[in-house]
Design a protein around this ligand. Sequence first.
Ligand SMILES: Cc1cc2nc3c(=O)[nH]c(=O)nc-3n(C[C@H](O)[C@H](O)[C@H](O)COP(=O)(O)OP(=O)(O)OC[C@H]3O[C@@H](n4cnc5c(N)ncnc54)[C@H](O)[C@@H]3O)c2cc1C
Length: 395
Amino acid sequence: MALEPELFDALLHTVRRFVSERLRPLEAEVEAADAVPESIVEEMKALGLFGLSISEEYGGLGLTMAEECRVAMEMGRTTPAFRSAFGTNVGIGSQGLVIAGTPEQKAAWLPRIARGEIITSFALTEPDVGSDSASVKTRADRNGDAYRLRGTKRYITNADKAQLFTVMARTGSEAGGRGVSAFLVPRDLPGVSIGEPEKKMGQKGARVADVIFDDVLVPAENRLGAEGEGFHIAMQVLDRGRLHIAAVCVGVAERLIADCVAYASQRRQFGKAIAEHQLIQAMLADSKTESLAARALVLETAAAKDALDQRTAREAYRPAHGASTTMEAAAAKYFASEMVGRVADRAVQIFGGAGYIADYGIERLYRDVRLFRIYEGTSQIQQLIIAREMLKRGG
Ligand SMILES: Cc1cc2nc3c(=O)[nH]c(=O)nc-3n(C[C@H](O)[C@H](O)[C@H](O)COP(=O)(O)OP(=O)(O)OC[C@H]3O[C@@H](n4cnc5c(N)ncnc54)[C@H](O)[C@@H]3O)c2cc1C
């Protein structure tokens, strides 16, 4: 259910002010500390950001996908680490539970996730399993009324803070996606441990680490969906997640474009503002055109997803008609993540030497946006998905 338009406008306005007044002044501090201050996380909880996508029944704001994308665009106007602080609760960490959880599982976890009382992470990637995510090697073998979980998950966002993981593990002997099941694994189960946070190129403040499962006994009631449904659940989660990431890319692009316009208007060379040189104008125009195109693609796909989700809710768990927005979500993620890479590159160029110097923040965003082309499926994987869906649909 969409929020009342006035309520949604008020939320967007509040997030915009929060970003400009509270978050942007802290960008350099977050970069240096590789951490988002706890006081800011508390403010995010108070604003309801951890529960954007979770229904009001479970204490969230219950935004539609289109509304969530608009909020994600606002959050994109600052260092992406701030969004990551609540991003896994809104997206990949919680959505398996939302899509496939039983009423008991939802009641047990969703209210705490929505309030930000607990952090939740999504654990699919492994040391030897990346793009070929259907080949997960982590095993969950049935053992009475529990599953014995063994394996290592890699690059898991927010792992060091998470109290709950959605883990994809192989239950059957079947190869590929059909042998994979999904589990809710609390951090405090004996045998769960977390590796040291990785040193990354950018997005400092959003930490990733290994999650190691060493003979963890997971109660059978913690399985999400039926045995063998885990990969399908994970792909549905990523369909949403990719749209959300695409929306963040649009937000970062708009931020960079605004910074470029401001800098180009005051920086003078050859006796006039560099904004008056047509070759600079061409770069500004290319960035704005591509950003507007990505914005339209994201919002149109989000609206189509909302319409499809409403139909699916009426028709039960899986749409009988086989319709999906998988192709469009992959296209949005592919286009928007590549687009923001080009926009960031032009921003460095427009700033000249200052674009390469840390004080101006452009080089930081240049490094930050590089990740968008890699996680939640690389650009190459999005291309494969788009082509697969095209061929399936016959054009
Ligand atoms: C900061 C960060 C946060 C992350 N957060 C999470 C998280 O929270 N949860 C999680 O589960 N994972 C997470 N990941 C993992 C991320 O999703 C993977 O890194 C990503 O899917 C790519 O997998 P890989 O790194 O193993 O690369 P690989 O799969 O090894 O790919 C290497 C290269 O080969 C290309 N390639 C692979 N297969 C093909 C093909 N068939 N055709 C053409 N090219 C191909 C890829 O596009 C890429 O260019 C995160 C990663 C990072 C860096």
